[in-house]
Design a protein around this ligand. Structure first.
Ligand SMILES: *[C@@H]1O[C@H](CO)[C@@H](O)[C@H](O)[C@H]1NC(C)=O
Ligand SMILES: *[C@@H]1O[C@H](CO)[C@@H](O)[C@H](O)[C@H]1NC(C)=O
Ligand SMILES: *[C@@H]1O[C@H](CO)[C@@H](O)[C@H](O)[C@H]1NC(C)=O
Ligand SMILES: [Zn+2]
Length: 429
């Protein structure tokens, strides 16, 4: 009986992720500038999917399809770039991850007396939307839910405005945090829902409500996010079709290449099947237009914009498109470092230390049309991309292990608290 049950479970669970049969993941460690140049050329040639960018002193983690593994390894060896296997069997690893997540969700459910909270387990989009609605309905004096638009596939894109003064005190600076533009980066949405909790349900830093209005958008890209639960775990883009005939076969746009600043110039691709496809034009995606409109609506008041990604344990700031210094470099760097040190104080010994810096210089990789560059270009002084940690069983994995979700959202919140206060001090109205 037991055996039959187990087999049945495996049929249910293990039939998933079949598209990743034969895929492997590798550590890759380019060192010199020349190595990085070769590595960047290999990304396109071997369709490497970068899960974690290599940075100076820290290896990257990449996914490689079966047909490209031999060529990739050969070329890396010829160039003297160190490559080590990370996971031999990516599909099996994803099956294990599913089981870990199921077990974790069961435990959370029991611990919380039957109430699942979207911040301590990975949650489907419906549960996150339910949570947002629940907050709006339960705390109408401070929290307002905005149904900003429908995604390409018709899902609501919801954000929450938090204000003790009904957003009517125009002298208050605004803090805006979004997550989930990249579908597969599952730890990003909980880091935003946890901020909602800390500003509405479990307030321990009241000054953050007195001083600021908040806009929190947990899932910018609900279609892609959903798709990573139902179909392809490594989906990154939106799910839009119809920008050109090829998007019928290769749907979706990399939202973080779709913003209107140096659009489509570097570190993005005009070929629709690419994972960094920038789209047919800037703001082709309704999902990025929602973020644009939030930024624009009260532009003069936005003191801090943070966009949540994973995984790398880095805090990145503009300019991502060319690595040049922003006019505000001093504040950008010092607030970034203060956020990182607040996170370190709450972090665990087995977590990598955060690295803070200019996006292009830290990643050795230029990217155009990003939200941090766009927000900065329209006048927001402090804009950051957080690449949250990805630790699994003490080994960096695909998912952040679900046992660490609560740890990551708590330490990340500690960074946001410090970032908001510093941004408030620097903000000149
Ligand atoms: C969301 O809320 C609706 C209505 O309250 C409920 O029927 C549904 O089961 C909830 N879904 C999830 C995933 O929590
Ligand atoms: C932006 O400011 C206008 C007035 O200046 C106000 O009516 C509106 O509610 C504000 N929106 C947000 C998101 O703060
Ligand atoms: C943005 O920073 C610059 C200095 O880098 C400063 O002059 C300006 O007042 C700041 N703007 C706001 C709104 O704080
Ligand atoms: Zn990302």
């Amino acid at each position: 009986m037991k055996l039959i049950l187990l087999t049945a479970l495996c049929v249910l669970v293990c039939a998933k992720h079949e598209e990743y049969i034969g895929w492997k993941s590798y550590y890759v460690r380019p060192v010199s500038k020349a190595d990085f140049k070769i590595f960047r050329a290999m990304i396109e040639r071997y369709e490497l999917d970068i899960l974690r960018h290599p940075i100076s002193g820290r290896e990257g983690i990449i996914l490689v399809k079966p047909e490209h593994q031999a060529g990739f390894k050969q070329e890396a060896a010829a160039a003297g770039i160190s490559v080590k296997i990370h996971r031999e069997n990516v599909k099996q690893e994803l099956d294990f991850d599913d089981m870990r997540i199921k077990r974790h969700n069961r435990e959370c459910f029991a611990r919380n007396g039957g109430r699942k909270l979207p911040y301590e387990s990975y949650q489907q989009i419906e549960a996150i939307n339910n949570y947002t609605d629940y907050i709006g309905a339960t705390y109408p004096k401070v929290a307002k839910v905005v149904d900003a638009a429908k995604s390409f596939e018709g899902r609501p894109i919801k954000y929450i405005k938090i204000s003790t003064t009904n957003f009517e005190n125009h002298r208050k600076p605004v803090i805006f945090i979004d997550g989930g533009i990249h579908a597969r980066e599952w730890i990003a949405p909980p880091s935003v829902t946890y901020a909602i909790k800390k500003l509405v349900e479990d307030v321990t830093q009241k000054d953050l409500l007195d001083r600021f209005d908040w806009i929190l958008l947990p899932v910018v890209n609900p279609d892609g996010y959903k798709f990573t639960f139902t179909k392809s775990r490594f989906w990154r883009k939106t799910r839009s079709k119809g920008q050109s005939t090829i998007t019928q076969i290769c749907p979706g746009v990399d939202g973080n290449r779709n913003y209107d600043f140096r659009f489509g110039t570097v570190g993005s691709n005009h070929y629709a099947c690419s994972d960094v496809y920038c789209g047919s034009q800037a703001f082709s995606e309704v999902e990025t237009r929602v973020v644009r409109d939030i930024l624009q609506e009260n532009l003069s008041r936005v003191a801090l914009y943070v966009t949540m990604h994973s995984f790398a344990s880095v805090i990145l700031y503009p300019w991502a498109h060319d690595g040049s210094r922003s006019h505000n470099i001093f504040d950008l760097h010092s607030v970034g470092v203060e956020m990182a040190s607040a996170i370190h104080k709450k972090s665990l010994p087995n977590f990598p230390k955060y690295i803070v810096g200019n996006s292009a210089l830290v990643l050795n990789y230029l990217a155009s049309g990003t939200s941090i560059d766009y927000a900065h270009s329209i006048g927001i002084n402090l804009t950051y991309a957080f690449e949250l940690p990805g630790i699994s069983e003490d080994l960096e994995g695909f998912n952040l292990s679900p046992d660490y979700i609560e740890q990551v959202v708590r330490e990340t919140w500690a960074g946001i608290v410090v970032g908001a206060r510093k941004a408030g001090d620097l903000f000149i109205k």
